[in-house]
Design a protein around this ligand. Sequence first.
Ligand code: ADP
Ligand code: ZN
Length: 292
Amino acid sequence: MKLGAIEAGGTKFVCGIGNEHGEITDRVSFPTTTPEETMGQVIQYFKEKDVEAIGIGSFGPVDLNKSSSTYGYITTTPKPHWNQYPVLGELKKHVNVPMGFDTDVNAAALGEAEWGAARGLSSCVYVTIGTGIGAGALVEGKLLHGLLHPEMGHILIKRHPEDSFAGKCPYHHECLEGMAAGPAIEQRWGKKGYELEQNDKVWEFQAYYLAQAVTNFIYILSPEKIILGGGVMKQQQLFPLIRNKVSQMLNGYVQKQELASGLDDYIVPPGLGDNAGLSGALVLAKRELQQQ
Ligand code: ADP
Ligand code: ZN
């Protein structure tokens, strides 16, 4: 199968070509500016590629309800120009092939379950900690949608006793994203994350917040694997810090072999690296084609 994949992000749109085995043969990226400009480039790219189906993992909120009149829209985003934008419909006007559509993080969870760190498992949570925080969940083999779709980046968390940062989320101020996404780190410390590598306090706060999130996800969704990706997680020292804190927070309450040995194989980076989202979009395309 020749499949197309799009990871539609608030910073850039990554487009690629691949097959049903997850092999990616071409990959380009376009900055997210206006829909006219960015989608113009995406459409131009796919017009010449002759793919059989396309999968899209998009930033959101998005409408995933196939019986809704705004299915395939990016809905209430505060991102200028993209509010109520029919991303799926616009592409379909120009490239009429079957298209799968889901959130960027659900796509990444799906990609990781098919070919990455959660391969062979029927459940996992994929969290991205980047410009924002979002998480996708595969539950019993299905991507979780529900009412809208999970918005796990905005969960409420306990403040670190030494942290006086007000929080950066425009809706909730001190939710997880407001306290722990890349822009929150930058504003709290006055430097970008990668310039703060040597400052232990930064990663202590960061691990405290992310461990609370992971602990809650374990209790609520009971995933077989938790994958932490996104720019901020390039700070590899976060992994052992988060695992330790999750262990402390769980305090032996959940007794499972997977959670026993230091959580080294349970809380992990993406097996597909920066291709998790794009690979997941390939799976969305494959599934859509198979359903036709
Ligand atoms: P996006 O979320 O926009 O798709 P990323 O996942 O790359 O993109 O996240 C970007 C955020 O991650 C920025 O706030 C940036 O400062 C932060 N970031 C990127 N690389 C690193 C790094 N090596 N260490 C710490 N923070 C980083
Ligand atoms: Zn929030």
